[in-house]
Design a protein around this ligand. Sequence first.
Ligand code: AMP
Length: 306
Amino acid sequence: MSLIVVGSVAYDGVETPHGKVDRMLGGAATYIALSAAYFTDVKIVAVVGDDFAQKDVDLLLSRKIDLAGLERVAGGKTFFWAGKYSPDMNDRETLRTDLNVFAEFDPKLPEAYKSAPYLFLGNIQPELQRSVRSQMNGVRLTGGDTMNYWIADFRAQLLQTLKQWDFLLINDSEARQLSGEHNLRRAAAKILDLGPHTLIVKRGEYGAILFRRDCHFMVPGYLLEDVFDPTGAGDCFAGGFIGYLSGQGISPRDGGIDVAALRRAVIYGSVMGSFCCEKFGVDRFRTLTREEIEARYQEFKTCTAF
Ligand code: AMP
């Protein structure tokens, strides 16, 4: 089974109470792909400039991530984002967003991508998300995320786009903004009327909630001793969630979907998000093994069984 991941491939500057890195590999699609690649075949659709380093290409290739859809713009510069975290790391301030080649991103799927069954649309302009889905033939499960900017300023386009999605994965403040409801249960009910049959609300260190019309499933955050850098944790959650579903071949059949598989996917999402925070940037994924992922998955089971 293969999974198409669309979004930013970037360089990031990050400052947390544990240190500062001026420039390192980042981007939502990078984190999603690195995380999902532990579970399934991943194909990236993104754009970089000719400053994108070979060592970063090599890291992605070492995880067998297909880069046929990674467009390289001659003479262009890769998207750059910089942020600084608050002392408790629950908030961050964006210091810089240089869109560079990302400003003109117009995703075109290579022929070999079009028949993939799984699609995750990272946080880009909703019209572009829609255009990617329309280039695919036979996609079985589509989902993605979005952000405050698109919810506020591109609402009509976003609502059109969401009609075609199976699941939406956003954080609690985005769920409140999108629905106009402060209460998360009511917010979820409204969002589930917009198209997706499944909503996953990420709540940072407090975990995540999976909502469907007839049930919900709550997962605590994994209790890390040290959080070094939360950048990309939400994207790694997304990668674990959709990567697991793709690896298992899970998709709606006869209008239904295996809810137990969705619950396991939320746990894998939480596991991958937690690993992401253990080192700066993507560093944890240079050494992380599938055995470590399974061990933490089992630990989640033990810690939440009653
Ligand atoms: P997260 O911590 O899960 O929100 O993901 C952070 C990643 O998203 C960083 O690696 C950034 O490069 C990337 N990013 C930040 N702002 C944007 C944006 N406006 N569009 C796309 N990607 C972004």
